[in-house]
Design a protein around this ligand. Structure first.
Ligand code: SAM
Ligand code: SF4
Length: 324
């Protein structure tokens, strides 16, 4: 069978995009991501080392993965992050990163060298005090400085903004204003439920409400979205940048999903909302072929939202332990 060893699931979705969490650690403590008392960290011996991680990545690329995004935790706090990203970039046409931006200044040269041109940087507010409240850390100026440098060095900068009602939804218009004269791409993300993040439906700012607010103030145009895009993209007419909404909750994009995940502790997940992990590190260390594990995990993928009714039941890990 042609597809026997390819990453197709039972719903004919082809998977060629792997999100690799480099670490469970982070230098911020965002309230919607990290439980207040932190998460128990996996002992180092149970985490894939540099060679093991590259071996797992290579196997995925041999099976058809074409794009790798590094995430975490904060991917850039891992000591070998630069080496891993560079080596991985030799195996796939596209590498990308999602980062809180605190450390990116150390990696600009590397990213330019390997052709990693698009940076997803998380920033939920334009107000330094509010930033400290949300992230429990005082790093706003550092991140803003890095964002400005990234833009001036011509990186394609996407800003991830998780919207929470009553917390930062009053900044939607300010974020859009930023796009008017700056080539920055703001992405509003609907708040998603994970273990320990105090999710509740009333904190969600739904897609339609975001658009309503924006359209009251600006004249906007819809942009074309790619076949696997999780974003619905727009721009203010004549603006230098764009904005989009990631409507994971109110208008999910499961039917076109091409993503697989590798957690920092070497486990594979077929969906962000999955309740099951597939351990790849243990069989790899035992000298087994991990391809059958990968294929079974892909074939086990549910049609939507990990098979969960996510409004009733939470995924069984915090966001930071899965890798965003
Ligand atoms: N530390 C990096 C960062 O903050 O960009 C990478 C990891 S973080 C888990 C990846 C993305 O997930 C970030 O954009 C973050 O805002 C988003 N995120 C975390 N928890 C979320 C939640 N409960 N709902 C929606 N997005 C969330
Ligand atoms: Fe850290 Fe990113 Fe989670 Fe914030 S969203 S706590 S920066 S992993």
């Amino acid at each position: 069978m042609k597809r026997e060893n390819e990453l197709y699931d039972r719903f004919e979705r082809k998977h060629d995009y792997l999100r690799v969490s480099l670490t469970e650690k982070c230098n911020l403590r965002c309230k919607y991501c990290m439980p207040a008392d932190g998460i128990p960290l996996t002992p180092k011996a149970h985490l894939p080392n540099t060679e093991e991680l590259l071996e797992i990545i290579s196997i995925f690329t041999e099976m058809g993965v074409k794009k790798i995004r590094f995430t975490g935790g904060e991917p850039l706090v891992r000591n070998d992050a630069g080496y891993l990203i560079e080596e991985a970039s030799k195996k796939v046409p596209e590498t990308a990163i999602t980062t809180n931006g605190i450390l990116i200044h150390k990696y600009f040269d590397l990213f330019e060298k390997i052709g990693l041109t698009s940076l997803n940087i998380s920033l939920d507010t334009l107000d330094p005090e509010r930033f400290q409240f949300i992230t429990r850390r005082d790093r706003f100026d550092k991140i803003m400085g890095n964002i400005r440098t990234a833009i001036s060095r011509d990186f394609h900068v996407k800003i991830n903004v998780v919207l929470l009602k009553g917390q930062n939804d009053d900044e939607i218009i300010d974020f859009i204003r930023w796009t008017e004269d700056t080539p920055v791409h703001v992405r509003f993300i609907e708040f998603m439920p994970f273990q320990g993040n105090d999710w509740d439906n009333s904190k969600l700012v739904p897609y339609f409400e975001i658009l309503e607010k924006v359209n009251e103030e600006f004249s906007t145009e819809k942009l074309k979205d790619g076949p696997h895009d999780t974003t619905k993209s727009f721009k203010v007419k004549g603006a230098a940048g764009t904005f989009s909404v990631i409507s994971s909750m109110t208008a999910p994009f499961c039917s076109s999903c091409n993503r697989l995940r590798l957690t920092a502790d070497g486990k594979m997940r077929n969906c962000l909302f999955s309740t099951k992990d597939t351990d790849l590190l243990t069989p790899l260390r035992a000298g087994e072929d991990i391809r059958p594990y990968i294929l079974n995990c892909v074939r086990d993928k549910k049609e939507g939202h990990g098979g969960l009714d996510i409004f009733d039941k939470l995924p069984n890990r915090s966001m930071i332990a899965i890798g965003g």
